[in-house]
Design a protein around this ligand. Structure first.
Ligand SMILES: N[C@@H](CCC(=O)N[C@@H](CS)C(=O)NCC(=O)O)C(=O)O
Length: 286
């Protein structure tokens, strides 16, 4: 597996890298960003996966969230992949809309043509990228946590709930908690997975919790001034399913905060500390 370094910047005594590789699962070239804390010079460090939202590439998070300072303090690496396959031959929304297609892979394995050839972000994130990281970088992929924003919050929750043994904790900023019940999700899942809504349940956080997903440490922050809250994100549905099923999640509604990276940067330190605690606890239990 060849990985090309596109950029490398010293940051909080660690390194912020941007990398490029051929992704077999997506049948295209992909970029991803990786922050290695100073502790990585002494051996493998735990790994946090960050999944971004609609319209983002791997760069939004590393430039705007201010996460590196906290990752350096806690000695964790953070990988930020892109949000969809890209490149020549990768189909996009026929009308060029920003909520579907390029920049909007929704972290699923598409089953419907023409999306099924490239749009396989679930396999990319759960199989190909972890294998590549374990092989080529000083990260311990058996000590991992996952978090994300909006569409990426949806991706993080779904991937953690479906793979509870692989993640010590999960958190999300303004996640789409029930894509089967909101316009963004209905458009994406309908196109990528087809009209049978039974097939959507594996990619729907509320449906997975309803079906008895195993307990993981879970933290969710949601801004109350987020324009997408009522129509798309629907935090209330997560609160309801957690209370109905007894699933323990810390869901914090944050007054005054919107959907932007100003919100994310305000709470990113708290999320990284949350994951670092869960990772330390799992080490103590081993
Ligand atoms: N482009 C959309 C907004 C999309 C949006 O808010 N994207 C979020 C994720 S859902 C984001 O992180 N955008 C990139 C950024 O703020 O850097 C609009 O014009 O309303």
């Amino acid at each position: 597996m060849t990985v090309e370094t596109i950029a490398s910047h010293r940051c909080f005594e660690g390194e912020q890298l941007r990398l490029k590789h051929r992704a077999d699962s997506l049948d295209c070239d992909m970029h991803f960003s990786l922050y290695l804390p100073p502790a990585a010079r002494g051996g493998d460090v735990p790994l946090l996966y960050w999944l971004s939202g609609l319209t983002c590439s791997d760069e939004n998070f590393v430039q705007k969230a201010g996460a590196q300072r906290y990752a350096a303090e806690h000695g964790v690496a953070i990988v930020a992949p892109d949000t969809s396959p890209r490149g020549e031959g990768v189909p996009d929304d026929p009308e060029g809309a920003w909520d579907f297609g390029l920049g909007a892979g929704f972290y699923v394995n598409a089953t419907e043509a023409p999306w099924d050839r490239h749009y396989r972000m679930y396999d990319y994130l759960t199989e190909e990228l972890p294998a590549l990281l374990a092989e080529q970088f000083p990260v311990d992929t058996s000590r991992a946590a996952i978090f994300g924003h909006s569409m990426g919050g949806h991706g993080a929750l779904v991937i953690a709930l479906r793979n509870p043994a692989r993640f010590q904790s999960v958190s999300a900023f303004a996640p789409i908690v029930a894509p089967s019940q909101c316009p963004w999700g209905e458009k994406a899942l309908g196109n990528y997975l087809g009209p049978d809504r039974e097939n959507w349940k594996n990619y729907d956080t509320c449906a997975l919790i309803e079906a008895g997903a195993l307990q993981l440490p879970m933290l969710v922050d949601q801004g109350e001034a987020d324009n997408f809250l009522e129509e798309q994100l629907k935090t209330a549905l997560l609160e309801q399913v957690c209370s109905r099923t007894g699933y323990e999640a810390t869901i914090r509604r944050q007054p005054g905060y919107d959907h932007s990276y100003f919100f994310i940067s305000s709470f990113i330190g708290s999320h990284i500390a949350f994951h670092a605690r869960a990772l330390e606890q799992s080490l103590a239990e081993d």
